[in-house]
Design a binder for this molecule. Structure first.
Ligand code: PLP
Length: 413
């Protein structure tokens, strides 16, 4: 018997994804093929180990999927080694730390307040609890990465590992410079390119290869694949990373997700993906222009990539939390986000983070994003006004009616 209650919830979520303007910078919409593979019979298969070195029988076909994923990933980024098994970005990072570090070792990562990720040393995260994390960050004036301060910290702390990459940073990161400084001081250099992987693949952001010793990523953000993690590295680190992922951190790999990752990498290798990545950035610029015209203050003055951090507190006197709710009510989905040197607690925050990858997938162009900027402004500046709310809802509907996602999907049978 079909669990009607559950399928109805999933249908409501599908409707939400169809009807809302999705601006969460870390989300995207996968293709029908990726969706099909993520829900395929491969979910039934145990395959502990690696291709041709499994602990289970019957792995010959899932081996093919994993080998395709590995080979494609190596080709896309021009790297020597790849592991496609991490279940998530966090697990990719934990496997790298497990492979390279001993508990208590010194690591330097980007400050969470300035845009770093939880797994880059948050005190409540395993990373901050297990290793001695120190933080570098952005300059108070420019709100851009302060490479001088970074250099001083590397020289003073002498970390074993430096972690670059961020969850909420809107400017280009100079991986070459960061790697040089790390290596000159005897540190290994790791890049977590989760947010920008799709831009890197399409040459729309400078690549961390060949400067980084290890690169981790998620597959579900700008890369537009299934939810998951990956690790790439110089060949010399391959063996320790493989054994840190399995049996170190994980048991059986998610073979359905690995097949879906292989399909994602196939899509990334097509010329259309380059066009997609170019559009992501153009759309982010259009949104930037529109919000600036409306008088909003953008952290770091704007964007070079797929996301923007908007200081809603100084722009219209409300918290990020409130802005998130006000936008939710007009079917625009975004998330509250701390801004550098924020005086609010992270749960309230002074900013919101807006990203263009998901709606670019749905076909939004620069004009659409200019209109999105105007709708956001109208709503946030007029706060609780009911007729403005209705006008915003109408204008959101005009935009979302232009595209139909997952036409043939229907969970209510
Ligand atoms: N690394 C960065 C830079 C991220 O932004 C994120 C997720 O937001 C992760 C790692 C973690 O990925 P996951 O949520 O798959 O564990």
């Amino acid at each position: 018997m079909r669990d009607q209650k559950l399928f109805e919830s999933v249908q409501r979520e599908l409707n939400r994804q169809r009807e809302n303007i999705e601006l969460i910078a870390s989300e995207n919409f996968v293709s029908d093929e990726i969706m099909e593979l993520a829900g395929s019979v491969l979910t039934n298969k145990y395959a502990e180990g690696y291709p041709h070195r499994r602990y289970y029988g019957g792995c010959e076909f899932v081996d093919e999927a994993e080998e395709l994923a590995i080979e494609r990933l190596k080709e896309i980024f021009g790297c020597e080694y790849a592991n496609v098994q991490p279940h998530s970005g966090s697990q990719a990072n934990s496997a790298v730390y497990f492979a390279l570090l001993e508990p208590g070792d010194k690591v330097l990562g980007m400050s969470l307040n300035d845009g770093g990720h939880l797994t880059h040393g948050h005190p409540l995260n395993f990373s901050g609890k297990t290793y001695e994390f120190h933080a570098y960050g952005v300059n108070r004036e420019t709100e851009c990465l302060d490479y001088n301060e970074y250099k001083k910290k590397v020289e003073m702390i002498k970390p074993k590992l430096v972690v670059a990459g961020a969850s909420a940073y809107s400017r280009i990161i100079d991986f070459k410079l960061m790697a040089e400084i790390a290596h000159q001081n005897g540190a290994l250099f790791m890049v977590d390119m989760a947010h920008i992987a799709g831009l890197v693949a399409a040459n729309e952001h400078p690549s961390p290869f060949p400067y980084a010793d290890i690169v981790t990523s998620t597959t579900h953000k700008t890369l537009r694949g299934p939810r998951g993690g990956i690790i790439m590295a110089k060949e010399e680190f391959g063996k320790v990373i493989d054994s840190a992922v399995f049996p170190g951190m994980q048991g059986g790999p998610l073979m359905h997700i690995i097949a879906a990752k292989a399909a994602c990498f196939y899509e990334v290798m097509q010329p259309e993906f380059k066009e997609y990545a170019v559009k992501i950035r153009k759309n982010a610029k259009a949104l930037e222009e529109s919000l600036k015209e409306e008088g909003f203050r953008l952290v770091a003055g704007g964007t070079d990539n797929h996301l923007l951090l908007v200081d809603v507190k100084s722009s219209c006197g409300i918290s990020g939390k409130k802005a998130q709710r006000l936008l939710d009510e007009i079917h625009i989905t975004a998330n509250k986000n701390a801004i550098p040197f924020d005086t609010e607690k992270p749960f309230k925050a002074s900013g919101i983070r807006l990203g263009t990858p998901a709606m670019t997938t749905k076909g939004f162009n620069e004009d659409d994003f200019r209109e999105v900027g105007k709708i956001i402004s109208l709503r946030l500046k007029n706060k609780e006004t009911e007729d403005i709310k209705q006008e915003c809802l109408k204008r959101v509907k005009i935009l979302t009616n232009k595209v139909v996602m997952y036409k043939d999907l229907n969970y209510i049978k």
